[in-house]
Design a protein around this ligand. Sequence first.
Ligand SMILES: Nc1ncnc2c1ncn2[C@@H]1O[C@H](COP(=O)(O)OP(=O)(O)OP(=O)(O)O)[C@@H](O)[C@H]1O
Ligand SMILES: [Mg+2]
Length: 264
Amino acid sequence: MDKCRIITVANQKGGTAKTTTACNLGYAMADAGKRVLFVDFDPQANLSMSFGIEAPDELTMPMNNILALVMESKPLPDKSEYIMRGEKLDIIPCNINLATTEINMRNELGGERTLSEILVPLRPDYDYIIIDSNPYLGMLTFNALAACDSVIMPVSPQLWSATGLSDLMQTILKLKNKKINPRIEVDGILMTICDERTNLYRDARKLLEEFCSDKIRIFKTNIPSTVKVGEANYSSLSVMRYAPNNKAALAYTAFAKEVMNSGA
Ligand SMILES: Nc1ncnc2c1ncn2[C@@H]1O[C@H](COP(=O)(O)OP(=O)(O)OP(=O)(O)O)[C@@H](O)[C@H]1O
Ligand SMILES: [Mg+2]
């Protein structure tokens, strides 16, 4: 049994810091000496850009091409052709054409297992594989959920939606019950873009605890709101590297420890 854990960062609500969380969680794990692979599964390609890929549309072997090969039952090229190596960690990037691939996957028998077929053989190479998903509960997110061991749900006080969270939970339960992904677990809810001084933050945390804490863990660490996060994203750096003493850098490091100390 390998010790790799595949984590999907998901919330169909847009702008809740999914990509920022996937990115900084991955870098914090790499900083702790773990072997990490990012998987960009959002046609917006924000994680690919955060990694430093300036023109995802010019990629020769993006995720969408690999998925197409799997759907055509063709052999995959050598890993070195589709996994890009960075200084600290690796990525399978994607581009906007992933949106077209999603449409093709919908017409494919067992289409929601396509990503899983790509990731299973990579498990021995990594301690953590982190999948960034898109803000829509459709075939791409189903693939990301079918391929993972556990799910992290970033929620921001401004954008918190109880309905959205319960739809995501229902989908996870269905994947489990229908044996599409029997091993899937929810790691927990991470509160992001938080200003702890505000009533909005306090009310959202309270509501979340009332609504979920008997069913889902809410991570102790909150990610504070700070301009440094946007600046770090823009500079294609983790916030730990861009501003090591910043409160969000410390929070993402603490959050990564919580994740690494839980589960597998
Ligand atoms: N802790 C933070 N403090 C301030 N701004 C933040 C923080 N985290 C994320 N942001 C900003 O919020 C915006 C949304 O973040 P991000 O792109 O990570 O969200 P997302 O959930 O991936 O969005 P989408 O649903 O479009 O994929 C970005 O402009 C990002 O820089
Ligand atoms: Mg995103």
